[in-house]
Design a binder for this molecule. Structure first.
Ligand SMILES: Nc1nc2c(ncn2[C@@H]2O[C@H](COP(=O)(O)OP(=O)(O)OP(=O)(O)O)[C@@H](O)[C@H]2O)c(=O)[nH]1
Ligand SMILES: [Mg+2]
Length: 453
């Protein structure tokens, strides 16, 4: 963003559009107070009011009261954006909001804000770093307590401080190397090569820990795609209904009841699952059914976890299992043997035994589902977790350059080259927190925000 546009004064509705008790209109930039003073009558000039005060008064258009409002005043740098800011709480009517916004735009040199522009300014004015700005979007979008906590931790700066810690490690090593270069002629070794390797490996292992938190982090943020697959009539839809606690999908004893893919979201103990009931994978001559099977295949391709259902009579189809493997070799698979109320067949192995009809075995199966979502490693609330693909990619960059640095060390060539590898590592870290992030990446991040945030 250019400096000129940073100095624009911007306006947007900050609350959701529509009817409500109140709506909040937000202004930010150097002309905020001038603009509001032109249309507000509340006894005092807000330009002269103290920061963090609230003022009652009227918004006036052509000598007529448009609305009675409360106006909150924030003076730079102590506002969300770091700029002079104003929040107008009006009655929650789309008509009033629209009138107030156009009145302000028509009377002063201010313009409508772009999506995420308030948060972008907070970032550009160093109120928050980039990981925190991204966490704001995640926080707004979070739907379960776990995703909320993940975003909250990131907003509190947990990831930033972890990255800061790693950067300090790099800078410590680099400063030894740079000093050595200053004394190159005397051939002084300020840091032993073995010590260098130990330190680099330590940072590397911390990066690896962060990288491996991503599979959990992604599930925290976006939920886990869980796809129910199996032969016709094994009880796929019954399992979906059981998990949802409602009869969402049609269940019948006629094989091929489900033709389309059904998608529902559930949260189990704060974990977010996107559940897909499918027509299943099978050969069919009938056109609609064939389309249904195609859709099942697509769901399987995008699955994080496949619930592979068999029943006590049929067991598990190897044809379906093979095809699942080909479509999505990396998906986790849980085998579930359904209809155990009809008698338990011991011929089949590696499954949860359940009855979608009586609920038998369901608690056990749900525990298994949760375990798959959480994974092996247990993260505590104070651990930095990677939830964002951008951060993940930057860490990969850092890792590759660290490995390169290790190779350079082993080649016993000048410290200059190691220092250069380490600079590339630091650059990748700097990109995570937004210190050196290219303009187009920034724009892409903020364009995904809603307007007014
Ligand atoms: N006894 C018994 N019957 C079950 C159980 N689960 C499902 N059923 C019955 O099995 C039949 C098929 O169930 P659905 O849930 O429609 O099976 P589906 O796999 O979705 O079938 P399609 O959509 O046709 O592929 C229905 O008559 C269900 O009532 C169970 O645990 N025990
Ligand atoms: Mg079905």
């Amino acid at each position: 963003m250019s400096i000129e546009s940073k100095e624009d004064t911007i306006i947007a509705l900050a609350t959701p559009p529509g009817v409500g008790a109140i709506s909040i209109i937000r202004l930010s930039g150097p002309k905020s107070f001038d603009a509001i003073d032109k249309v507000f009558s509340g006894g005092t000039k807000l330009k002269n009011a103290k920061s963090h005060t609230i003022h009652y008064g009227n918004i006036i258009e052509n000598n007529e009261i448009l609305d009675d409002v409360l106006v909150s005043i924030f003076k730079e740098p102590n506002s969300y954006t770091g700029e002079d800011s104003v929040e107008i709480s009006s009655h929650g009517s789309p008509l009033i909001v629209e009138k107030i916004i156009s009145l302000l735009i028509n009377n002063s040199d201010i313009r409508a804000a772009e999506p995420g522009e308030f948060t972008k300014r907070a970032f550009l004015n160093n109120r928050i770093d980039l990981t925190q700005a991204e966490a704001v979007a995640d926080l707004i979008n979070s739907r379960t307590t776990t995703s909320f906590r993940g975003a909250r931790n990131q907003l509190n700066g947990l990831l930033s401080s972890k990255v800061g810690e790693l950067r300090k490690g790099i800078i410590d090593i680099s400063s030894f190397l740079e000093l050595e270069l200053d004394f190159a002629e005397e051939e002084i070794e300020l840091i032993k090569k073995e010590e260098l390797v130990v330190r680099i490996n330590d940072i590397l292992s911390q990066i690896n820990d962060l990288l491996s938190s991503y599979s959990f982090g992604k599930i925290i943020r976006d939920g886990m795609n869980v796809v129910i697959v199996g032969e016709p009539n094994v009880g796929k839809s019954s399992i979906l209904n059981y998990l949802l606690k409602e009869s969402r999908a049609i269940v019948s004893s006629i094989p091929g009841t489900t033709r389309d893919t059904i998608r529902e979201e559930i949260s189990i103990d704060g974990l977010f699952f996107k559940l897909y009931d499918t027509a299943g994978i099978r050969t069919s001559r009938e056109e609609i059914e064939r389309e249904g099977v195609e859709r099942s295949r697509l769901a399987v391709k995008n699955a994080d976890l496949i619930l592979f259902v068999g029943d006590v009579d049929l067991g598990f189809s190897t044809v379906v299992e093979n095809e699942m493997q080909i479509l999505n070799p990396s998906a986790k698979v849980i085998k579930i043997l359904n209809k155990i109320d009809l008698g338990v067949n011991s011929k089949f192995s590696e499954y949860f035994r359940i009855s979608a009809k009586t609920g038998d075995g369901m608690m056990n199966f749900i525990e298994g589902l949760k375990k798959q979502a959480i994974g092996e490693s247990a993260y505590s609330e104070n651990d930095a977790i990677i939830t964002n693909i951008r951060h993940y990619n930057c860490l990969i960059q850092a890792k590759q350059n660290l490995i390169k640095a290790l190779k350079t060390v082993s080649k016993k060539i000048s410290g200059e080259f190691i220092a250069s590898d380490l600079r590339a590592v630091d650059f990748a870290f700097a990109e995570i927190i937004g210190e050196v992030t290219p303009e187009d990446i920034l724009n892409n991040i903020f364009s995904k925000f809603c307007i007014g945030k």
